[in-house]
Ligand binder design. Structure first.
Ligand SMILES: [Zn+2]
Length: 310
């Protein structure tokens, strides 16, 4: 029997889908804009007055907190000695995050006054709930306007358990051919070198390849296509494993995720349905095991499947 095979070149994707979907680069100013738009929807006179009051008070006392990714973590400015503010970051959800803050306004925490040294960026591995000091700034408003953050969920110190044998996430495995494997010449190179693409009709049930805790999901993307412009629409489930790696399932259909962030899942449990969202021109599931890095980066690790050879 000849199984259906599809040329790898039909699968169009790259690392960009992951960078744009999960390690989004966003600024606090962007979040302020969204909040403002929500406030001014159907404005009444009272609301307009309130918004104007808020805006005028904003210019007097600059905001001290900026949160990201549905309050996964928040930056805090604390007035420090002689017109400096301490910048710290604290996770609000008890999952590990590797993040990098970029700011030309950021300086090393001075051991003595008047000796500010520029930092440009600072890394923080959020593994505990306590706040982590990153540096100091002088001008809060400029800081919020220009700061950028990149982050990756998962542990930077993960050591993959190479003895673990993963369940093929589409069952029965023999019905879903791998159209791009490890080192696939089309897009499985670099950080996604050890990824697998399974061809599957939209709506195929996806089972957890390994047990863990759901650390991130997205299923509101409703577009897919063969260019990087579509990357932001890619739906996914990311599961944190006991060894600190994450198992990540991409290109799920719109509203095709059936688990929630924080949920514990067993090996073989239904987590969602395949689709063709994001940077993808062919209905398929992209599955890989990743280790988080700073600067919004990550690296895939080789793994073995119980029921498929590739
Ligand atoms: Zn892939």
């Amino acid at each position: 029997m000849t199984m259906q095979t599809i040329a790898p070149t039909n699968v169009s994707e790259s690392e960009a889908y992951r960078l744009q979907a999960q390690q989004a680069v966003q600024s606090a100013a962007f979040f302020s804009l969204i909040r403002y738009r929500l406030q001014t929807k159907r404005p009444t006179l009272l609301q307009v007055f309130l918004v104007m009051s808020l805006m005028s008070s904003f210019s007097v006392s600059a905001k001290t907190t900026g949160c990201f990714d549905n309050k996964r973590f928040c930056f805090e400015l604390t007035p420090s000695s002689s017109s400096l503010y301490l910048v710290s970051v604290q996770r609000k959800i008890s999952f590990p995050v590797a993040l990098t803050l970029y700011s030309n306004e950021l300086f090393q925490i001075p051991s003595q006054e008047n000796s500010l040294k520029p930092l440009f960026h600072a890394n923080a591995f959020l593994i505990k709930d306590s706040a982590i000091p990153l540096g100091v700034i002088e001008e809060p408003e400029t800081f919020w306007e220009t700061m950028r953050v990149k982050w990756t969920v998962g542990r930077i110190d993960a050591k993959h358990d190479n003895t673990y044998t993963y369940l093929s996430p589409l069952q029965p495995a023999s019905e879903y051919s791998i159209v791009q494997g490890f080192n696939g010449s089309f897009s499985h190179s670099g950080a996604s070198r050890y990824a697998l693409d399974f061809a599957a009709p939209v709506g195929t049930p996806i089972l957890a390849a390994r047990e863990g805790v759901v650390i991130d999901t997205k299923d509101d993307g409703n577009k897919g296509g063969p260019t990087p412009d579509f990357a932001e629409y890619g739906n996914y489930v990311a599961i944190l494993h006991s060894d600190g790696t994450t198992g990540e399932y991409f290109h799920l259909k719109y509203k095709g995720v059936v688990v929630t962030r924080g949920q514990t899942v067993k090996r073989g449990q239904l987590i969602g349905y395949t689709g063709n969202t994001g940077f993808s021109s062919l209905p398929h599931l992209h599955f890989a095991v990743y280790v988080a890095k700073f600067h919004g980066k990550y690296v895939s690790v080789p793994f073995s499947l119980a029921d498929t050879s590739f």
